[in-house]
Design a protein around this ligand. Structure first.
Ligand SMILES: [Zn+2]
Length: 428
């Protein structure tokens, strides 16, 4: 079986190719089931060891989700979800786990069932598990949305109060987030209780419908959103504060290297210059130009060190601009803290080298016993951090090259060469 699927030669004939694709999908699902059992065993072993070492119950198992995430090359946020899924499947949902093991249910579909039954007590959850998954044929051909709806129906029938309470609690999760979209666009997303969300959308739509000036409805709604929130017309709105890192050469238009907008990522130099120009023309906007010093030769950003235990504002901003996103491998979350890689209490200096931009969750995960982080600034000037977990596994993260530095130029040149030669591995 393994040779057939992973051997040198591909199966012969269309039917053979399709059957191999289907077999690999079943294999991915069974691998996910095995990972769930392994994650629970790892969690149990760690907690037992910590209990034996006298760690208080409330603090046991603290870094486990983060370690599972690193092992799966996934973000710590998803690591928490993977571990929660594993615990629910192994302890409370044996039929769902069996369907996953047999390849009848994907890991994502198992996650949907766990999520939709999370508000139920153990007994009701077992009933839902048995009702939906003891006969796996029942799920055949059902789409993800239909599966979620079926699970919600069963949950509501078993315990309507739990479902209603959960909806009330969910309102506490309301929030606004931002993430990059292609072509220098961005998604600003609001998670709102349904009545508020529908009324926000209806208000924007009503405003858009009263205009007939050649803009599409979507464009008019987007402009109305900007105007209502910033109080200024969309074409004049200036952000409250935008941190833009751009090389002097790109700022002056001598070269076209990308600039970096903090919290967003790379933007073309031309667009960065437009943003700066618009801010300079605006009497209400304050534009500050601050120099970040680059090391001669390597061009890596360097900053002063400090004796203080708290990162001074300038150094913290410098680290945030250097790292751009949380430095835990695979995390990607926005930076919330400047953290000492080697803690201050163990003699770690307050410096740009020992400083790491981390998100809130990773800052706490790293404080768990047995985690160490070693930082270095390589000969090429690139800041690297090596995370070692309690099992001795090591994972590296590298600060992105600053705009206009030799590394950024080399990386661009390598990517261009790879594109021209059609060899995509060189760009990695
Ligand atoms: Zn993080």
């Amino acid at each position: 079986m393994f040779d057939e699927l992973f051997g040198e030669t591909l199966p012969v004939g269309e039917a053979g190719l399709v059957e191999a694709i289907a077999a690999l999908e079943r294999l991915k699902a069974s691998a996910a089931a095995r990972q769930a059992r392994l994650a629970v065993a790892f969690d149990t072993a760690r907690r037992a060891a910590e209990a034996a070492a006298g760690v208080p119950a409330a603090r046991r198992g603290r870094g486990v989700a983060a370690e599972v995430a690193l092992a799966r090359r996934d973000s710590p946020f998803r690591g928490g979800r993977h571990l929660g899924l594993a615990r629910a499947l192994v302890a409370e949902m044996p039929h769902t786990l069996a369907a996953l093991e047999a390849g009848l249910l994907s890991e994502w579909r198992a996650t949907i069932l766990v999520r939709e039954s999370a508000c139920l007590d153990v007994e009701d959850r077992r009933r839902l598990d048995s009702e939906l998954c003891s006969d796996a044929g029942r799920l055949d051909g059902m789409g993800d949305a239909a599966l979620a709806a079926a699970a919600r129906d069963v949950a509501y029938r078993l315990d309507p109060h739990a479902v209603v309470d959960r909806a009330a609690r969910a309102a506490g999760d309301r929030t606004v987030t931002i993430r990059p979209a292609p072509d220098t666009m961005t998604y600003v997303t609001a998670l709102l209780p349904v009545a508020q969300g529908v009324s926000v959308y209806a208000a924007l739509k009503r405003e858009a419908d009263t205009r007939c000036d050649g803009r599409s409805r979507g464009q008019a709604m987007a402009d109305a959103l900007v105007q209502r929130i910033t109080g200024r017309a969309a074409d004049q709105a200036v952000p409250v504060a935008v941190n833009l890192v751009i090389s002097d050469q790109a700022l002056l238009g001598v070269e076209s290297a990308a600039a970096v907008v903090a919290g967003y990522g790379s933007v073309p130099a031309e667009i960065a210059r437009q943003m700066i120009g618009a801010a300079l023309d605006d009497p209400e906007a304050v534009t500050r130009l601050r120099r970040l010093y680059a090391e001669p030769g390597s061009g890596a950003l360097v900053a002063m060190d400090s004796r203080s235990r708290i990162f001074p504002k300038g150094l913290a901003e410098f680290i945030a601009l250097r790292d751009q996103r949380c430095r835990t491998p695979f995390c990607d979350a926005p930076i919330r803290h400047s953290d000492h890689a080697t803690p201050h209490r163990r003699g770690g200096p307050t410096s740009s080298r020992n400083g790491l931009g981390l998100c809130e969750a990773c800052n706490y995960a790293k404080e768990a016993a047995g985690w160490t982080v070693d930082t270095d600034i390589g000969e090429n000037g690139v800041h690297t951090a090596e995370f070692t977990t309690p099992t001795g596994a090591r994972y590296r993260s590298t600060a992105p090259p600053a705009p206009g530095t030799p590394q950024a130029q080399r990386r661009r040149a390598a990517a261009k060469r790879a594109l021209n030669s059609g060899d995509s591995t060189e760009a990695a």
